[in-house]
Design a protein around this ligand. Sequence first.
Ligand SMILES: [Zn+2]
Length: 1005
Amino acid sequence: MNLKRISGPLLASTLFLGVAAFTVHAQNGYARATGQPVDDEYTKKIAEYTTEKFFNSPLTDYLPASPNVPTPKAVLGDVAGAPGKLPYAEDVYKYMRMLEKASPRVKVFSIGTTEEGREMIAVAVASETLLAKLEENRARLNKLADPRTINMDDAEADRLVDQTFPIYYITGTIHSPETGAPTALMELAYRLAIDESPYIKSIRDGMVTLITPVVEVDGRNRMVDVYNWHLAHPGQNWPPLIYWGHYVAHDNNRDAMGLSLKLTRNILNVYLNWKPQVLHDLHESVPYLYDNTIGDGPYNAWVDPILTDEWQLIGWKNVSEMTKFGMPGVFAHGTFDTWSPGYLMFVAATHNGISRLYETFGNAGADTLTRTLSPDEYQRTWYKQNPPLPRARWSQRNNNNYEQTALLISLDYFNKNSKLFLKNFYLKSKRSIEKPKNEGPAAYVFPSDDPRAGNQARLLRLLQAQGCEVHRATASFTVTIKKKGVARPASRASASPSPAASPAKAPEPESRTFPAGSYIVRMDQPYSRIADALLDHQYWSPRDPQQSIYDDTGWTFGELGNVQVERVTDIKALSAAMERVSGEVRSPGGVSGTGSIFIVNSNAETNLITLRYQLKQAAFEAAEEAFEVAGRKFNRGSFIIRNASLDQVNRATSELGIPALAVAQAPTVKTHPMKAARIAIVHTWLSTQDEGWWRLAFDQMQVPFDYISTQDVAKDADLNKKYDVIVFGPGNGNVNGVIQGRPMYGNPIPWKKTELTPNLGGFASTDDMRPGLGYTGLMNLQNFVKNGGVFVGADDSASFAVATGFTPGVSIQSSTRLRAIGDVLKTRMVDSASPIAYGYGDTLSVYCFNGPIFNISHVVGGGGRRAGSTQRTTGRGTADDPDVVQGRPPAEMPEQPPSTEVWEAAPIMEEQRRNLVGLIPPNLRPRVILRWGNASELLVSGLLDGGDEIAQHAAVIDSPLERGHVILFSMNPFWRGQTAGSYALVFNTILNFDNLNAGRKLDEK
Ligand SMILES: [Zn+2]
């Protein structure tokens, strides 16, 4: 029997009683307070804005009244979730601070600012007694979080657990179009502070609920602007939310590994400082409530199984209770795989807490709408026994009801089992420390002779920011490691292993000595799991039952950072002489030697370009060959700097951690000047997220650029006057979209700062988002290159350049089998004399998501003949014999084409060459800098299937166009702050923009 059916009419008749002196909702232990008055006005509005009774629960279908504490109405002018009401972050904060002022059970903490300087907050709600004990409780939580402090003593842990109250951290609206959480969390904070119902009182007395109501504050305010514009322009198309945060959109929830965004750092710091047991992130994209943490396989391979059990415990309790309330569309499992640790909630998962996530249903704004679902959303499945309705009126209030009801159930369950979860928190921390002697490894070692000390320090600083301890060897030490070059077992696991199959031979170990000064990330520390998750390799079987993959499959940070990292299982590593690094890891920098000329080695580090722009007035030259000075070796591409003072150079290089050698006389080596290029980064008005990661890296490296749109390009017939390099990041979709923009139907769609929309515009602005690059823009861009400019494109923006005639000699082969799903693949150096390659070694691991498969030709439109491309026909002799025509002497056989590699152009034979109008002059032929690895070595981390399709094809190409260059990437060199190793491919291009032909050997034919 459905209890809700009985209580419904009863509820309606008691709505106006003022005092809810009844216990009909005592079901499941969620009884209301007897004797506490109800805010009738507010309660009435809740019912009015809830579109069906079963879209609410007894937990949220009323609001208790307080004589002195304001309800959300004080700020909103209406109840939480009311139609048409979408508060700015500042309004939400205003309310939280009103609560803080009126109630001793609420405390508001400022937790940092966003990229655009807006405040982020965390609100703690608990009884006054608990809030008074926050600091002493923190001391206990710190001990449970680091069991080394209590000598891993379980009995002591039990005593601490007894005295400790836990913390449950809820974060809202990281995804800006998912708009419901802030009002739900305003009301939730009120309920937790005011409601005297036994279960809420128990939550308040037993634990701290910590709330960040708005995670993406910049994006929230833009979203509210857009919504307000929509309200003010009924019947018109409103601006799509092209920018959420300053840099990225949806990917702000993929930053928990790279920590590039301030919101991630701020939430992580709250996590590390408060030691909550749960981080619960609120989203809205699925009807009506998807408790998605349990999700589907494959699960992340580096988290403790205790955690995955906790997901099940809390998640199923949630589903089960809401099922009893008769609320449709509540489920767990579903399509989310739990492999990547990049989601914000994973801050908890990788730091011994519990990650949780809801997808509720939102209308991307506060309009009440009739929503029609697709069959895959409303059909009943094994994990969705009471699915959502195929069609229903849906309001923001419904959303707020679901969010709050589910959270209250979770808080109640968590509170009732708080000792279990605190003990688990301790156990997970302890097991993280015990990692070396259980599953391993013992440590990750960063050798001190890594040629890229700067990149190394950057990665170690990331680990430090993640809360990891870093040590440094004070003497050299020797450990046993897995022998290099031992491939993974070639045979795939089969369903029925053949009994005759011999077991895979264990790889032979070898010993390796690491020099003093090497960095050691010990795995016997509480946050070993995040280090392990970031530094280890990933393998996703192409035959995994999970074929709809949610996100990236590989991310190995050492590989993508071009940093040497050794995974050491030998426990001896832990007894090496070492000391803990205090403060941030820094690479050594500054000037040594004497003289007025400064030499800086080129080693493909991310921040060499920073030096160029910091010393903008100085004269920089790049050496075109390697050379030696004073017994020190310098790579090709090394900087020779003049016209800068010792003080200037010393200050900049010390700060950047770049060593510079002062000399009196410049080395005798061929050089070319390196001017500080004038750069534009171009965006479309279709999508800006993926280029946002490029912008972010440029800003981090303090590389100045103008940020222009395709519409600006269309208006400027002389781009060379302003720019030397135009960077067009990926993520814009197909050529037609870039050129056409959005369809010109309906009204203009502005994106600009106005009184109504104060948070739009600013760094990118237009009166109408619809027009694209257009054919004029395309001509302007092409003329820019022809007149000597450099164009950089990657993935689809590289395909754009190929498709629109920027790259005679490059074509793209369509892929039929390739599945490189956000993984790490190996490339090999082809032309190390190219300035783009300066400082790199023979191989480089890069990020690939089904990159374009480039083919190279010496003829416009393709052409040429590969050796062996024609097979012999039927005839006399063996397979490699010539056929013989009977009755005449054997004919002279023409010369066969020389054999060429996949990444090379096929030779043009004499016969093809005659009157060949499309034959590209040698100096204008595409120059391949890097190519993809061979099929057998291509996969470094993640999922790769059909890799032979892209194996050995060109990966980075410098394709001349008249006087300029088009640089094409079939990888994404700037991705989520995870690919620092490939940044220098683009930065080298910029540094050497007007000498990209350096070191080029021309084909004579
Ligand atoms: Zn979301």
